[in-house]
Ligand binder design. Sequence first.
Ligand SMILES: Nc1ncnc2c1ncn2[C@@H]1O[C@H](COP(=O)(O)OP(=O)(O)OP(=O)(O)O)[C@@H](O)[C@H]1O
Length: 398
Amino acid sequence: MPLLVIYNPVCGDSTAKSFFDESVLPLLQSSGKVVDKIVATEHPNHAGQVLVQFLNEHEGEVVVVLGSGDGTLNECITTLSSAEFTGARSGAPPKVVFVLVPSGTANALYSTLFPPPTEGITDAGYRLQSVKSYLTGAKTIPLTLAITTLSSPPSARKRPQAKISAVVVSTCMHASILKDSEALRKEIPGLERFKVAAQQNSTKWYNSWVKLLPAPGAEVVQIYDQSAGAFVDHPESHSDDPIVDLDGPFAYFLATVNVDRLEPAFMISPLSSRIPPPEAACDLVIVRPFRSPNVSADTPETREAFVPTLWKVLGEAYHQGSHVNLRYNENGEATTEGDGPSVVEYIRCGGWEWIPVDDDEDAHYLCSDGAISKIEKEGRAVCSAAAPAAGAGFLVHV
Ligand SMILES: Nc1ncnc2c1ncn2[C@@H]1O[C@H](COP(=O)(O)OP(=O)(O)OP(=O)(O)O)[C@@H](O)[C@H]1O
C-alpha cells in the first residue's frame, strides 16, 4: 500500500522533525516499510495539498503516517473532502488510513485512542503506539465526521459553507476561548493564554435557538440519565416528533465526535468512550444556567453568581469527566451528592441546529477543530454526524 509520511515541524513543542528522524523513520525502515514520500509541512494547509497530490499519483487506499496535532489532521480531511480527483480516482472517494504520531499541543484524538496514564511506558513508546499497530497489522477504526453547514440569511442568496471536524464543534464559551486565545498568542505564547481567555469569557451567556436531531438509525434524541447511568430517550423527543427545541441562554455548548477529551486530562465527553455510540453520532455537552434553582433572570449579578458553577463543571471534566454526574442541591450548588436537576445536559444525537439571536454578537462564533468561523447575522449553523461510505473515508490505526 502506498505510504506517505507527513509531519508538521512547528506544531506542539516543535519536536516532530527530531522524533521522526530519530525514532519513526528508523522504525519504519527496520520493519521493512518503504516510504514513498516524506514531507515536512511548510505552511498552513500544506498537509492537505500534499495528500491530494499523493492520492492523484497512487492507486488504491493509502497509508499516511502523520506527525501533528489535531489541526493538521483536520487540514488533511478538509482538503480531501472537497478535492477533485483526476484519472482512476475521479468519482471514487478515496480511503486513507492514518497512523498518528502525536506531536501537537493537545492531541485530542490520539489521547482518546491511547489514553494516559502512561506509567511503565516511555514518552517515545507512548507516541509510537499507532505506528506499532500499523507495523503489526492490528486494528483500524473509521472516523466519524461532523459536518457543519454555515448558512447566510435566505435573502443573501449565498451558498452555504461546510466545515468538517473530526474532533469538536462548539459555540459559547469554548468557541470564545479559542477565538480570544488566538488574539492573545503574541502577547502570551504559552498555554497560559487559554486561562486568560477563559477568565475573559467566564460571565458570558449566549442566546440562540437550538434544535436537536436524532441520529439516522435512532428514532429519537437521547440524553444521559445520571440515576440510570445510561442514555435514555429524551423526554421531549418522540418517534412522531423527534426534534427537540432548547431555549437559551446557554453558557456552554460543545459537540464531539471520535473523542472523549480535548487534551489528555480534559475529558469533556467521557461517555463517548464509556458508552460508545453504535453509529455515527455527536455527543453534546450543554450547560444552561436557567436549570439552576438559583437562576431565574439574566442579569449581570446572576451571570457573576453562576461563574463558580461553570468552573465546577470544567474542573470536574479534569477529574475523569465527573461533571456528567453533577446535580444541583437544595442550595443551588453543583455537587455530585445533589438530587436536583443535572447541571450538564449530556445529549447523544445525529446533529443539531444553532440559530444565534441577532443582537448577540458572541453567540455567532463557531469553533470547528480549533478554527473559528463567524455565523452571519440571521444565519445559522447546522451540524450533523456522518459515517464514511463503505470502502472510503478515513481510518486510524489503533
Ligand atoms: N511550516 C509551518 N509553518 C507554520 N504553520 C504551519 C506549518 N505547517 C503546518 N502549520 C500549521 O500549524 C498549525 C498547528 O498544527 P496542529 O494543529 O497540528 O498542532 P497544534 O495546534 O500544536 O496541536 P493540537 O491541534 O493537538 O492542539 C496547523 O493549523 C497548520 O496549518
